[in-house]
Design a protein around this ligand. Structure first.
Ligand code: GUN
Length: 292
């Protein structure tokens, strides 16, 4: 049986560390990191994420601001709100929950956030910094959490064959860039990939981020591989009710892999911890404080 990589445990350690650093920042520099989260519309899954983010932001001693806007909010109103937050000295991170409603230009909104307050790492400048391997990049939260768990589990990733299933801007593409930076040989696969199963079977590191419940089966996995399951899919349970599952079929995969993240309790909790880490970093940078 595979080792279960507990994102819950990792994220608790990370949040404890952030909490201690936030306390020091307040005591030594009178700085309280502030995170503003904007949600447009009423998507239930997004509402849950936004609520969790706010709760955990407060728990580590940071300031949390939420803007919950109706789904027919126009682009100009959203940009005006972001511009206000860009000027607000008590705010060091601005996150606009994605996806946005179709009538809003996502790229325009993301790039109207000041680079120094981008905590998602989605601003074009941060994408460029990550692509060029710069240490100055703010790294997207989900891939950052995945990398922390991978490195802790495996040590050096150099020379490993990594396969990323999914090519989204939020996970697949930045994940691939991070794996390249760690000297992995990386394949990005997607819905048009031929022989996807065979591609997956080559992987020492398999990162699944397609949003298809339990698509990747145990016999797609190379024995001894490390599997990171980014999927969070709600499906109907036999006998009624619903449950959360990943993109990987956990029961079969955990018999083949050396290590695997569960769903829930794997990548999800790490994503929020990394958002808090990025907010802490931006608060330090904005105030010219060497991170400690
Ligand atoms: N929607 C799903 N994941 C994310 C994320 O990491 N950041 C934002 N802003 N929206 C998301």
């Amino acid at each position: 049986m595979a080792t279960i990589i507990s994102g819950l445990d990792y994220s608790q350690i990370q949040r404890d560390s952030i909490k201690a650093r936030v306390t020091k920042l307040r005591q030594k520099h009178s700085v309280i990191p502030g995170l503003a989260v904007i949600l447009v519309g009423e998507d239930p899954a997004s509402q849950v994420y936004v609520r969790n983010k706010a709760k955990q932001t407060l728990e580590v001693g940071m300031k949390s601001v939420e803007h919950l806007l109706p789904k027919d909010t126009d682009e100009a109103t959203l940009v005006a709100l972001i511009e206000d937050l860009n000027q607000d000295q008590s705010i060091h991170g601005i996150l606009v929950q994605l996806p946005l409603p179709d009538h809003i230009d996502e790229a325009l909104i993301i790039n109207s956030i000041q680079v120094k307050k981008d905590v998602d790492g989605f601003h074009l400048t941060n994408i460029g910094l990550l692509s060029t391997g710069s240490k100055k990049a703010i790294i997207p939260c989900t891939p950052l959490g995945c990398m922390m768990m991978l490195k802790d589990q495996m040590g050096s990733l150099s020379g490993k064959k990594a396969v990323v299933v999914g090519r989204s801007n939020i996970v697949g593409k930045p994940m691939a860039a991070l794996l390249v930076k760690e000297s992995c040989t990386v394949t990005i696969t997607h819905s048009r990939t031929k022989n996807l199963e065979q591609e997956c079977r080559q992987a020492d590191i398999l990162v699944a981020a397609v949003g298809r419940p339990e698509m990747i089966k145990g016999d797609w996995i190379k024995p001894g591989a490390t599997v990171i399951d980014v999927g969070i899919n709600r499906i109907d349970k036999e006998g009624g009710g619903t449950k959360l599952v990943g993109d990987v079929e956990f029961a079969s995969a955990s018999k083949v892999a050396a290590a695997i993240t569960p769903v829930p309790g794997g990548v999800g909790p790490m994503t929020i911890a990394c958002l808090l880490e990025n907010t802490y970093q931006q608060a330090c940078r904005i105030n010219g404080i060497a991170e400690f």
